[in-house]
Design a protein around this ligand. Structure first.
Ligand code: BES
Ligand code: MN
Ligand code: MN
Length: 455
């Protein structure tokens, strides 16, 4: 591989890794109000690092939530423009007791770097910045680059969505480079070409004017958790089929070619059950493989039911209200606003008599499917082959990155989703990690991709 930028990256790798550790020490948890300043600090570090390496116009873009980070370098006349995207916010760290080393004290163990955000997504954002630094060390970039990082991806990405929809002229580009996904298996170069969308909702049931003594009133007063349980039990049948009328109507199934390609991927359902999920059984719609269930079918999940008494011990109370956090992952063809309307009217219809109910949308994002017949995807597979010595596999992911659909809708950009996580990296869970080799080869892959895309 003859690239002076790759040489630069290899020589500077220990330094890059130390800088990443510093970046990971900032607890940029977007959902917790007490970490608002930390989020801003993470944004400032990105802004000043981008400026230090030679990117121009570096600035923060304020939103109603956490700021966006922008920078550009637009002097490669006649070359395409890439919009580089990632997110600097991270998920909360609970349950904290299960971390083997503290989440914001990045620690190396057996070839991995452990920390919250190590791979989702601060480590991958850092890989992008270090790829740009390595290229700029040669005095110029092989193509035009705009960088746009956000700090609210883990909470729905409203700020960036508003910005992209309202200021498309500031983001003119030919394609987007998104590094927030994973390899299908260790050592296997992967491009992600589809993501599920989502609607995240909250159902609130109110049943009485205040909390009530469960002995004095039990038997006569309605219980909001029981009402919620009855509602939830009617959302899905025993086979995992979602019972909301019309929910499946607009789904565009994967093509026969795509389904055939998925069958050739190295994947063992039994191994997945045992080592990744750790359950006695897998669930889901009969007739669909696990890959189809997680990439090409919608979901409905309950995340928590706030309310009532959850302390240690016992309290005999009938709560006056209860909530359930319910999300649905959507697949190509489904439209979040329509899915939410169908869900809301079904929940209102099945709600038990005599309780008040609110069905609220917290955030939503479109599903996406990326066309692969473009020169950027081809440039990516060439670069990946050079670095990893293998042909690229094309996968979808069951996760969501809300802004990717908007890059297509508002900016007309195809996205190249080139990420370097691994399926067992424990994202959103205790002991999140980034494989150190993947960090290193990730930087090299990004360098070679940008060189190929500008060639
Ligand atoms: N990076 C993930 C999405 C992802 C996970 C892509 C695994 C590919 C493989 C992203 O940070 C994420 O967690 N997104 C949230 C979005 C939601 C809060 C709108 C998700 O999928 O739950
Ligand atoms: Mn992510
Ligand atoms: Mn995430």
């Amino acid at each position: 591989m003859s690239s002076s930028a790759v040489d630069f990256a290899q020589k500077n790798h220990p330094k890059f890794l130390n800088e990443l550790k510093d970046f990971l020490r900032i607890p940029s948890i977007s959902t917790l109000p007490e970490h608002k300043e930390d989020c801003r600090n993470a944004a400032r570090i990105l802004e000043s690092e981008l400026t230090r390496i030679g990117m121009q116009n570096g600035h923060l873009i304020e939103t109603e939530g956490h700021p966006l980070v922008y920078a550009d370098w637009l002097h490669a006349e006649g070359k395409p423009t890439v919009l580089v995207y990632g997110h600097y916010d991270v998920q909360p760290t609970d349950p904290i007791d299960e971390w083997l080393s503290p989440p914001f004290e990045p620690t190396e163990r057996n070839g991995n770097l452990y920390a919250r955000g190590a791979v989702d997504d601060k480590g991958q954002v850092w890989a992008q910045v270090k790829a740009l630094e390595s290229l700029l060390a040669g005095g110029k970039l092989p193509l035009n680059v705009r960088v746009l990082f956000e700090g609210e991806e883990e909470v729905g990405g409203e700020g960036i969505a508003n910005y992209v929809a309202s200021k498309p002229a500031n983001l003119k580009a030919d394609f987007a480079l998104v590094s927030d996904t994973e390899l299908f298996a260790p050592g296997l170069p992967t491009l992600c070409v589809g993501l599920r969308g989502m609607i995240y909702t909250e159902i609130e049931v109110r049943s009485a004017k205040s909390d009530l003594h469960s002995g004095m009133y039990g038997g006569a007063a309605p219980n909001p958790f029981v009402s919620l349980a009855q509602i939830i039990a009617k959302l899905k049948d025993e086979n995992g089929r979602i019972l909301i009328p019309g929910f499946y109507d607009d789904i565009i199934p994967p093509s026969p070619e795509e389904l055939a390609a998925w069958k050739t991927l190295p994947f063992d359902e039994e191994e997945y059950r045992k080592s990744e999920v750790g359950s006695r059984k897998l669930v889901g719609e009969p007739g669909y493989s696990v890959i189809e269930r997680t990439w090409a079918r919608p979901t409905l999940d309950v995340h928590g039911m706030p309310g009532g008494f959850i302390g240690a011990g016992a309290k005999t109370v009938i709560p006056a209200k209860a909530q359930a956090k319910v999300s649905m992952r959507l697949v190509p063809g489904m439209v979040p606003a329509k899915s939410f309307a169908l869900y809301k009217s079904y929940v209102e219809k099945i709600a038990p008599d005599g309780v008040d109910i609110d069905v609220r949308l917290i955030h939503s994002g479109d599903p996406c499917l990326i066309p692969v017949d473009n020169p950027y995807i081809q440039a990516a597979t060439r670069a990946l082959h050079e670095v990893w010595g293998k042909d690229t596999v094309f996968i979808r992911s069951g996760g969501s990155i809300p802004i990717v659909g908007d890059f297509d809708k508002h900016l007309g950009l195809p996205s190249v989703m080139m990420g370097f996580g691994l399926p067992d990296d424990q994202i959103h869970a205790p002991n999140e990690k980034f494989n150190l080799k993947n960090f290193e080869l990730g930087i090299q892959s990004l360098i070679r991709f940008l060189e190929e895309a500008g060639a």
